[in-house]
Design a protein around this ligand. Sequence first.
Ligand code: SF4
Ligand code: SF4
Ligand code: SF4
Length: 270
Amino acid sequence: MAKMGILIDITKCIGCKACEKACKMRNDQPLTLDEHLSANAYTVVQERLPNTYVRRMCMHCENPTCVSVCPVGAFTKTAAGPVVYDKYKCIGCRYCMYSCPFSVPKYQWNKVVPYVQKCYMCADRIEEGSEPACTAACPTGASIFGERDKLIEEAQKRIKDNPDRYVDHIYGLHEVGGTSILYISNVEFEQFKAPFNIALPDKPLPMYTWAALEKVPTIVVVGGVVLTGIWWITSRRGEVEKFEAGSKQEHWWRFGKKQEGVKEKKEDKQ
Ligand code: SF4
Ligand code: SF4
Ligand code: SF4
């Protein structure tokens, strides 16, 4: 399957928040107006300059640090582009939250059994040949979905055809090795600050993670992860099972597939 992505054209965004609402409805989240990303807001539209709106969401990095730092492989970069999360593997260490260069993953601090939460690019809809709920809802074409290569061509064309309208920069084309979410703008990206961290290198951040780990004795890393992991997995599996006995099943793209050995419940087939 071709690698998909989303192109966000800041010049076309009117701040209507239809994308936010569509995402919340898709994910059964409270229909509140949110300023910041949270466990109940996978995307937010922020007015960063007068009448200039920046939509934030997971960047679905080509080489994600959340994937590289997770000791149990709870995050996966899929072939189609989305970076998805598997709650059945997650041990709650939250390394993904600390390592994300765009501060995207959030934690359900107020839940008895908390999970990490973030946009999953509506991976199930993409697999079915559809598009994410947010891009389908955007009335102006400020957020469009398509093959990443074609979106890059479209972004380049808009910039070339309208040099007075756009700055000559596609954010996400090279940053941290490239991202599936791409932005074009009429304002230099550094003026917006987050999520456009201009100081980020073009080299994928996992390369730095591995470079750093190479200098740490293996026994320290492996020993620490194993001991922490055993404790977390043991206690967390019990919590998850107890919690799920009384809760409805969420979609697996958000929360993961059941692992071998974990008893399947009736709700999982719905
Ligand atoms: S933006 Fe953060 S959470 Fe999203 S894929 Fe990149 S590293 Fe992972
Ligand atoms: S891709 Fe899906 S989960 Fe992500 S912001 Fe859009 S609607 Fe929400
Ligand atoms: S739906 Fe489109 S125009 Fe409206 S806030 Fe979202 S990206 Fe902007």
